[in-house]
Design a protein around this ligand. Structure first.
Ligand SMILES: C[S@@+](CC[C@H](N)C(=O)[O-])C[C@H]1O[C@@H](n2cnc3c(N)ncnc32)[C@H](O)[C@@H]1O
Length: 241
């Protein structure tokens, strides 16, 4: 299957670089600090798929020493522009050689696996990420649930893509981000819960915690489906020692 990472694009990178944590994104990151506090010891962090550095700067705010890595030169360029003293690195062909092995306490990834096709490729990446951490470290993946692609949300629209309803893990789906200037549909890869669990076991990882955050009516947003249906899933896991 042909799949192009939409983030390898200057216009998309420019648009994404202005994104903070509005609406549905607030919900995505709301529970992350508590999970990091509960599960992660140590401060050395990799932000895999750091994009323009929004998630990396989020980790910095909670005291982590970060290296942001991404496959998109356009996104990394923007990250460095916004945070010139931050450490942001381009990685290509799943080659993590520039990073120290068994060194990091945390690998965080926000929405990168939503853009990664092919089971074997995903397993290879998870194994490579596993080689960067030690037996006490944690990997935290924050990703889209399959439901995000079939309902309407404060920060996303999918109503023009009814074909998303038939998609299976690994298929391409489309979604429009409504908080950014660039309203061209984003092409993502959908992945169901049971297939994430299968990926973790095939990558020699042990799942420790899972969350599907729901919004609360008292939060200061005009939630659409966020109080009833979870648009995001968070997996916390470690490598099998
Ligand atoms: C939706 S953006 C999220 C950026 C950031 N984590 C955030 O929350 O703001 C997903 C990022 O994952 C990156 N990505 C996709 N495939 C990747 C890969 N194989 N290796 C590293 N980064 C990848 C994309 O280039 C893009 O910058």
């Amino acid at each position: 299957m042909e799949f192009n990472n939409v983030y390898e694009n200057a216009k998309r990178a420019e648009s994404y670089s202005k994104l903070q944590f509005p609406g549905t994104y607030y919900l995505a990151y709301r529970d992350i600090p508590g999970l990091l506090l509960k599960h992660v010891k140590g401060r050395k962090a990799i932000d895999f798929g750091c994009g323009t550095g929004r998630s990396t700067r989020f980790l910095q705010k909670y005291g982590f020493d970060t290296i942001g890595i991404d496959i998109s030169e356009e996104m990394i360029t923007k990250a460095k522009e916004i945070d010139p003293i931050g450490d942001y690195r381009l990685i290509k062909n799943n080659n993590f050689e520039q990073l120290e092995k068994n060194y990091f306490d945390l690998v965080f990834s926000g929405f990168a696996f939503d853009n990664i096709p092919n089971t074997a490729n995903r397993i290879q990446i998870l194994k490579e990420l596993g080689s960067l951490i030690n037996n006490n470290s944690r990997i935290v993946l924050l990703e889209s649930t399959p439901e995000i692609y079939i309902y309407e949300w404060l920060s996303f629209s999918t109503k023009n893509f009814p074909e998303n309803r038939k998609a299976k893990s690994g298929d391409k789906v489309k979604i429009v981000m409504t908080d950014v200037e660039d309203k061209r549909p984003v092409e993502d890869i959908i992945w169901f819960d049971e297939d994430y669990l299968d990926l973790f076991s095939k990558s020699d990882m042990l799942l420790i915690d899972t969350r599907k955050p729901l919004a609360k009516p008292e939060e200061p947003y005009q939630w659409i489906n966020e109080t009833k249906i979870a648009p995001w899933v968070i997996y916390v896991f470690k490598k099998l020692s």
